[in-house]
Write a protein that binds this ligand. Structure first.
Ligand code: ATP
Ligand code: MG
Length: 783
């Protein structure tokens, strides 16, 4: 910004304007429609509509901050017959760079003049492009001019844009008879508008992020700065005069009191610093006036918002006024291409360009996808009482699309379509992943949710039994009914071998590798005769795979049997031990004789769970695993490889959710599986969503998107993963996150804190994982 402002020295006068632009939420959700699954189309459309509805109900018009820079084109760049030039200049007393397109209307009359302006504008444009700005179209320009006259009214930006004529720009009745506000009446509706002026920014402007900070208010706010450069021929004598004045005062104080008041001393130093920096040619003083505009549906609301803004600014150390008599003046002066500086000297700030740059014009905290489902809200504050108040205080809704990581979208920073959800137990990982799962279930995405804790089935089936669901929310019931539940139970003979590598993989290498992973997880190859045993084991695998290739019915149990029949006693012993381990164990799911088919999921949405899975908790180290925990982790690894198969079909979009995925990090075998799972990504249109308790074990580059809930013991790891600086402020930001809040790193590598919220109350029971006791509820009620 500072570099940019230096370039602006040549243009003398600029307007920085931040306004709440209609976010066109309805349109965005309509764009999502092409991704809805045919069999639940009606439900998906309903939830898309509901999203718009609920957000509109809460926010009025959902908005996103938009930024406009207006630049006064210097007359000196234009050589013309004086008469015409003055004529045009009086017609358009100052011209906005972006306004220029609007001038085309008058083109026929002043063709030459416009050509000259166009040249100047071309030059300006290249400067603008360097800060990522774009030139406005004529329609956008007209809308922006109209905006001031319909601010605070619900209106469709597109409709206003498309149907407007120049003559309509000011088609609004402005009634100034109200105290501290104006009433606007237009064909679009009615609103009340209050302008505030900033009259004291304090001496130290650093940290005064006027534009950025005002976006944090829970209602739409406009901020404008109109700035002009003060010629050095004006500044120098003025400063000299001031300097002499202060010098005299200091002398006088020294003579009478023998010391100088600190404020006078400070003023003297400031003037000297200023004089010093003004010696450099590129430095000059900017005079600027900042105004804040708030609106309301009623006069009361406009004034309440104005007072809230005033108080908020005061807390930041910036003093604002709500002028009584000047509202109409301010309204007109704030329009694009008008000067503000002459209304009231008190409102004028004088700073070098760095003071202006501190206002953080152009900074937003946007996160998420432009098109997607609503998952929550940005929380821009370090502290918030709880998640609900963070939600209530935010206007920044977050949209998320589960499969966009697969496409090469301009400006995305990531190469990985995979998603990480991490955090301590109870912080909200399963809650978020279930919301994502339901959203995904309404899309053309084949989805698999691996649920080792068996939470989902209980809740979803429980909800499906409720009469209210079918009576009041048939469209939600329809989605839930389309979810297939598959439970692998080692007690059921039909499930034996469902995940047997020999049945799962056609490819020899894959099958061999997977058998090794499973057996290494449950058998310790480190004792005496280890080489003999391992060699025989590998031969056994080859032998069994050969039989399969010859059309025999074999399974991984034949590998064990081969070992049992081996000539070497140690190998026999190993085989016998393994055979025993498999008997009556969950390993039956992985090791069988080939008489059952492998698990195959044809349906679009599946929740897969395993009966009697005995996972250790994440803190337990591998050495302390019980045999049953070792067997259960081997089952998880097989499920991991199954995900890979599920996702490998390039003809369909697939997504797998893997809860308790930290298990893959504990052992070498698990890490091997994880590595192959990750490979199935973009080219297969596949996304994996990993839920884990330990962010320290994960690598940023493997996950294009990440949601990191709080891990109290691993704040530095969280910062590191999110690529955030390890500062006290950032640590505080994380430490103060509540249940249901997380740091979100989106596809564009933008990072911020968000509060996860599900907008639909009928989903609540489906998302609940821990039932609150009545006592806990009562306890909360008295908080
Ligand atoms: N965004 C949210 N909104 C409302 N409630 C939430 C939210 N996030 C979490 N909760 C509540 O917190 C409880 C615990 O969350 P969840 O089960 O998702 O935690 P978890 O991170 O998966 O924990 P674990 O590691 O033990 O599986 C849920 O039952 C839910 O009621
Ligand atoms: Mg969980």
């Amino acid at each position: 910004m500072e570099r940019f402002l230096e370039e602006m020295n040549a243009y003398k006068s600029i307007h920085l304007w931040q306004y709440p632009q209609d976010a066109q939420l309805k349109k965005r959700l309509e764009e999502l429609e092409s991704d809805f699954a045919d069999d639940v189309m009606q439900s998906a459309k309903y939830y898309a509509d509901e999203t718009t509805h609920i957000l509109k109900g809460r926010l009025g018009t959902p908005t996103k901050s938009d930024f406009v820079i207006g630049v006064h084109l210097p007359a000196s760049g234009i050589s013309l017959d004086r008469g015409i030039k003055e004529n045009v200049q009086s017609l358009l007393s100052s011209v906005n760079a972006h306004v220029l397109n609007a001038l085309h209307f008058e083109r026929m009359v002043y063709d030459d003049v416009f050509h000259s302006y166009e040249n100047v504008e071309e030059n300006l444009l290249s400067t603008m492009l360097s800060i990522g700005a774009e030139r406005l179209t004529q329609k956008e320009m007209m809308y922006l001019n109209r905006f001031s006259f319909v601010r605070g009214m619900e209106h469709d930006m597109d409709i206003v844009r498309e149907n407007m004529k120049v003559a309509d720009i000011t088609n609004t009745v402005i009634s100034p008879q109200y105290h501290k506000c104006l009433k606007l009446t237009a064909p679009e509706g009615e609103s009340y508008v209050t302008s505030l002026t900033v009259d004291d920014m304090g001496d130290d402007m650093s940290g005064m992020h006027l534009f950025y900070d005002l976006q944090k208010l829970p209602f739409p706010v406009e901020v404008s700065i109109k700035a002009t450069i003060e010629g050095k021929s004006v500044t120098k004598p003025a400063l000299g005069f001031k300097d002499t004045q202060i010098e005299e005062k200091m002398q006088e104080q020294m003579e009478t009191k023998r010391f100088v008041d600190s404020d006078i001393d400070e003023a003297s130093q400031m003037i000297q610093t200023l004089q010093e920096s003004l010696k450099q040619e590129e430095n000059c003083l900017w005079n600027w006036v900042a105004t804040i505009v708030v609106t309301g549906k009623t006069k009361k609301e406009a004034l309440a918002n104005a007072r809230d803004a005033q108080k908020y600014m005061k807390d930041l150390g910036i003093s604002c006024k709500i002028p009584v008599a000047d509202q109409l003046q301010l309204f007109y002066r704030n329009l694009p291409a008008k000067g503000l500086e002459f209304i009231n000297k008190d409102w004028q700030q004088k700073t070098l360009r760095d003071g202006l740059a501190e206002t953080l014009f152009g900074a937003t905290a946007e996160l998420g996808n432009k098109i997607g489902w609503h998952i929550g809200w940005i929380d821009r504050n370090i502290y918030n009482l709880d998640k609900n108040s963070a939600v209530a205080n935010s206007r920044d809704f977050v949209l998320f699309h589960p499969m966009l990581g697969n496409q090469q979208i301009a400006r995305t920073m990531t190469k990985s379509p995979h998603i990480l959800i991490s955090g301590d137990t109870g912080e909200g990982k399963t809650f978020l992943s279930t919301v994502l799962f339901i959203y995904t279930s309404m899309m053309k995405i084949k989805t698999l949710f691996i649920d080792p804790k068996k939470d989902r089935r209980k809740h979803i089936e429980g909800v499906l039994k409720q009469e209210w669901l079918h009576r009041d929310y048939p469209l939600f019931a329809d989605v839930l009914q389309k979810i297939q539940f598959v439970t692998l139970d080692a007690k059921e003979e039909a499930n034996w071998g469902a995940l047997d590598p020999i049945q799962l993989f056609n490819n020899r290498t894959d099958a061999k590798e997977m058998i090794q992973i499973i057996i290494h997880q449950v058998y310790d190859f480190t004792g005496t005769d280890k080489d003999v045993i391992e060699l025989a084991f590998l031969e056994a695998i080859d032998n069994t795979l050969n039989k399969k290739e010859l059309g025999g019915q074999v399974g991984t149990i034949d590998v064990i049997k081969f070992m049992q029949q081996h000539g070497n006693q140690s190998v026999q012993n190993a085989g016998n031990l393994l055979y025993q381990k498999i008997e009556n164990s969950i390993l039956k799911l992985l090791i069988h004789d080939g008489s059952n088919p492998a698990l195959s999921l044809e349906q679009m949405r599946t929740v897969l769970e395993v009966e009697n899975l005995d996972l250790p908790d994440a803190e337990t180290s591998m050495e302390d695993y019980t045999p049953s925990q070792l067997a259960s982790s081997a089952v998880m690894f097989a499920l991991g490889r199954f995900c890979e198969l599920f996702g490998s079909n390039p003809d369909e979009r697939t997504m797998e959710f893997m809860d308790e995925a930290w298990i893959f990090n504990v052992t070498q075998q698990g890490r091997k599986v994880k590595k192959t799972m990750r490979r199935v990504g973009r080219s297969q249109e596949n996304a994996l969503c990993f839920m884990t308790q330990k962010i320290a074990d994960e690598d940023t580059s493997n996950f294009g998107t990440a949601f990191a809930f709080k891990e109290s013991e691993a704040i530095p790891n969280m910062l590191d993963f999110m690529k955030m600086a390890d500062t006290e402020e950032n640590r505080d930001l994380i430490l103060n996150m509540h249940q249901g809040q997380c740091m979100y790193r989106d596809l564009y590598a933008q990072v911020g804190k968000i509060s996860i919220e599900c907008l639909f109350e009928e989903w609540a029971d489906t998302l609940e994982t821990v039932k609150k006791t009545d006592v806990a509820r009562a306890e909360e009620a008295y908080l």
